[in-house]
Design a protein around this ligand. Sequence first.
Ligand SMILES: Cc1cc2nc3c(=O)[nH]c(=O)nc-3n(C[C@H](O)[C@H](O)[C@H](O)COP(=O)(O)OP(=O)(O)OC[C@H]3O[C@@H](n4cnc5c(N)ncnc54)[C@H](O)[C@@H]3O)c2cc1C
Length: 810
Amino acid sequence: MKTQTRVVVIGGGIAGCSTLYHLTQEGWSDVVLVERDELTSGTTWHSAAQVTNFGMTQTMVGLKSHSIALYKKLRDDPDYPVGYHHGDGGIRLANRPEQMEGYRHFASVARGMGVEFEVIDAAECARRHPLITTDNLIGGLWDGEDGDIDPAQLCQALAFHARKAGAEVYRNTAVTGLTQKADDSWTVHTDKGDIDAEIVINACGYRVNEVAAMMGVQHPVASMEHQYFVTEDIPEIVNAGHRMPLLRCPISDYYCRQEKNGLLLGFYERDCKTWGLDGISPDFSNDLCPDDLDRVMDVLEGAFARMPVLTEAGIKRVVNGPITYTIDGAPLVGPIPGKRNAFCIIGLRAGVGEGGGHGWLLAQQIVHGEACYDTWGLDPRRFGPHANVELTALKAIEDYQNEFRFHFPNEHRPAGRMARTTPLTPVLAAEGAAFTVVNGWERAEYFKPAPGFHVTHGFRFDESFDVVAAEVAAVQTGVGLCEVNGFNRFEITGADAVGFLDRMICGRLPRKPGRVGLAYLLNHKGRLKSEATIANIPASDRRPDRIWYGSAAASELHDMDWLRANLRQDEDVQIRSLTNDMTILVLAGPKARAVLSSVARGDWSAAAFPWLSLRECFIGIAPATVLAVSFSGELAYEIHIPNASLHAAYLALRLAGADHDLRLFGALAVDSMRMEKGYLHWKADILSEFDPYETGLDRFVDMSKPDFIGKQALAARGGRIEQRLVTLTLDSTDAPAHSGASVMLDGLVVGSVTSGAWGHRVGQNLAYAFIRPDLAGPGTGMVIDSLGQPVPAKVIAACPYDPEGTRMRG
Ligand SMILES: Cc1cc2nc3c(=O)[nH]c(=O)nc-3n(C[C@H](O)[C@H](O)[C@H](O)COP(=O)(O)OP(=O)(O)OC[C@H]3O[C@@H](n4cnc5c(N)ncnc54)[C@H](O)[C@@H]3O)c2cc1C
């Protein structure tokens, strides 16, 4: 066994084998995989091993289609062929029109990644799958490439090819401890001896948190028991003359595929069970949980009704094994938060199908620093410290019960709510707030006009449309108040703070004390990493001078990792997170100054406190820091308040606002207004796949600076634009454009949507999309493949509302 290597992958299931293989494909051969037992002895060996292209984001579709291409290649490899039923086809069923609309949207998303799905009616479903009835069925989504693979052969083949490329695999070798050394490399302790490695990767399936504990972290991953059974031969299948397509059913929560001449039927029952939360026996390997078919009777009935042949079929084998879930259903693939040189590929619930793609994207991140797609949806840093084991278990149960029921864009599920709140959460709830969840924080989306008010889940404009319109109108003509909780805020101090930040951002820092500016951080490839509001706070009787770095609520761990990773040892810089200590109240609208002036002493006139200024003050008795910045395009103030004083500040503003008809507004109104101003959202529109020029952020790049991270790569590209972010107006009043929808011209995909919302002040259906640069000129027409309809769209100027910015400069 080697005692020194570049990478140790811990775990020999599909996650570990795929990562090992792809590391060698990306050019690293000094890599090893350590497995406590035989390869695939965790979950992988007993997987139903279905492999589909279906995904709800472009990244998911892209990585799954990578799996399929790779598995086909391995199937056809004469040296080590893998059993793979590729192209049996699969149907996701639907009995509600909203589900069919979702499928049409996901077909549009997939089209942009070169994958074609078909949305078919019930009769066509039955034609393609002759064993099903069409009762209570309106149609489904067809993936012609659906199939299943032999999971053990797949992993052996990946290990075989990795070994051929120089990797080593140590079976029957358990990792027993991990020690991080002063230079951030690792010693991996195993029961066969130690291995020193630059990088470690946790790919330990349901044992994820045993290995996590060895490095002092905990991952939001919980296991559920999951069962399927395999039937005896079914005569209708023996005589069919073709293989049966796969089925996935959100009506009764089961999946079904052909296994030999019978069927394999898997269940997502309501009465489901977590597994291993209080520890896992060290002997549980190549093992299963006890059968418990009584638990799945609810979903079994639905499967019997859909496929009457099942009622006659004998059961040959039952499999009940642990399957891992995370808080939002997507795996954790990428850097481990707060650790250097440590990565994970965990929480895979469809790991055999997706594993090829996840290992590919992880290997790219490790070798090149960034993957070819933006992987934020998989990034382990996307959950904050609230993501504990109890919350994870609750969300795992909820997600398991809804396995095939995708989230609608306006749906916020009930499990594990109130994970992160402020003193205002109950106050806003009493005011009628309907909440969404942002990195665990309960954030008001809009304020209900009546207690029983609710929206219909779907992809079209819903009942909140007029409510949001009224909130926007109040902000446009009077004054509104909005709580923005969870906003990420780092206080950066030290003699080298300015120099450090100057190196991190690609533009100019607000050097004058009391000024605020927007800044962008690039990765080493010169593409967008983060967006930050930088506030230069002068010394006062409260504290010495300091810089605030403010960014999106979800970016808390991501940005901290990036800043810390680039801090030089000799730099005098301290970074302290204030995210959990403070909350923003946004006061916006032409009367905002009048309200502010009546609760805070001082001269708040435009001359004394112009746009992009900053000042410490009191809001009533609450200490506050006020920033003259606007995300709405109206005159606005971001008022940052310590949470202990938040309620006091809120009461003072409400009282003062009463004379001006102050109205509360929520995140949907903010989204509508920011799109009218051409403002972007991190990880919706600001993606690591694009550089600042492609994203239209040229004015935030200063190439005359001696250096900044990403400058060299940006310069080397010489301003070449592959795609350009544009604002589109849609010729439709039915539905917003949804993220990932394809933009088409003459039947070809020319781009994809990143954001969409109705612009209530300009009365237009707005979307942002990255499109082919030659089409980016204002007035160019194209269509958006929106819910199956070709909706005409036209490029317009980036800022259709008050383009001169006179209103916010007030
Ligand atoms: C019943 C069932 C049906 C499924 N059906 C499908 C399906 O149809 N399609 C699909 O895509 N997915 C399916 N899945 C899910 C899929 O099987 C898993 O997502 C996937 O197998 C997980 O692979 P993994 O490599 O992450 O974990 P595992 O396969 O569990 O591998 C982890 C490995 O790490 C090793 N290990 C743990 N601790 C240590 C240590 N300390 N030192 C060294 N090694 C260690 C373990 O021994 C194990 O081999 C199903 C799962 C179940 C339970």
